[in-house]
Write a protein that binds this ligand. Structure first.
Ligand code: ADP
Length: 159
């Protein structure tokens, strides 16, 4: 089975990586899809986010990375993916994700949304939190891969 894992990944964190790693054991192939979120202004361009993810998943051999701006169901159909993968952290994730899963079901009945619960140590972790800490000079090395931390600091050093 092919799973797609769409998200902003701005930037990828150890929480995302944990979901990708666990999904790589469950599915034949996992396609990480970098997509634009109309409600968020990204820190990194899509190309940079793709590069950050590629470097982070080098050790896994069934992961593909792509970018797509459009309906997730359109992308899934194009790639013949049967599963739309999302991660769940807190109750507020659940409300929004359930609504999205139900909506997608009305648009594509053959695409199943599968949720993986965050590992306990990453339940608090989000890309926004990482950016907020880094912006004020705090340490983020325990939250994102080293090359990503370097990119974030470089970015904020310019502003
Ligand atoms: P989006 O803007 O589409 O929510 P994100 O990059 O914030 O994109 O998240 C992509 C997916 O990864 C979402 O399903 C989100 O709930 C999940 N996710 C984000 N952080 C974590 C984490 N720490 N643990 C588990 N899942 C996570």
């Amino acid at each position: 089975m092919i799973a797609i894992y769409p998200g902003s990944f701005d930037p990828i964190t150890f929480g995302h990586l944990d979901i990708i790693t666990r999904a790589s054991r469950l599915f034949e192939k996992v396609i990480v899809v970098v997509s634009a979120n109309p409600n968020k202004t990204p820190l990194f361009a899509a190309e940079k986010r793709i590069q950050q993810i590629s470097e982070s998943v080098e050790h896994l051999d069934n992961i593909e990375i792509d970018c797509f701006n459009g309906l997730t169901i359109t992308y899934a159909k194009m790639k013949q993916a049967q599963v739309l993968l999302r991660g769940l952290r807190v109750l507020s994730d659940f409300e929004k994700e359930l609504q999205m899963a139900h909506t997608n079901k009305t648009l594509a009945d053959d695409l199943e949304t599968v949720f993986l619960a965050t590992s306990t140590e990453y339940g608090f972790l989000s890309s926004s939190l990482v950016k907020e800490i880094a912006k004020f000079g705090g340490p983020v090395d325990h939250l994102v891969p080293q090359h990503v931390a370097r990119d974030i600091y470089r970015c904020y050093a310019k502003t």
